[in-house]
Design a protein. Structure first.
Length: 99
């Protein structure tokens, strides 16, 4: 982050989604492939990475990309909830566009 939020290093570190390998195989999504994540609030294209997570769970690092998926409701805390969001994941076809 010391290089700035527009640096290639920051964008690479925050532009990914970690997923369960079995979920990736079922979709099908290859490790390192682009996927589209969608919530009720928005969508963002990220790079899928296999990780040691339970099935049905994804992890996106805190950064500018994940903000597109999160609403503005704070329930009085001053911070929107980044956890427990329902997310649809779809592979991105070659040449762009989700399936």
């Amino acid at each position: 982050m010391h290089k700035g939020k527009n640096s290639p290093e920051y964008l690479e570190a925050t532009g990914l989604v970690e997923m369960n390998a079995e979920d990736m195989a079922r979709l099908p999504v290859a490790d390192g492939a682009p996927v589209m994540l969608r919530t009720a609030e928005g969508e963002v294209e990220l790079t899928a990475r296999a990780a040691s997570l339970p099935q049905g769970l994804v992890f996106v690092p805190m950064g500018t990309a994940v903000n597109r998926l999160i609403g503005t409701e704070t329930m009085g805390t001053g911070m929107p909830s980044f956890k427990g969001q329902h997310v649809d994941v779809t592979p991105v076809l070659e040449g762009g566009g989700a399936t």
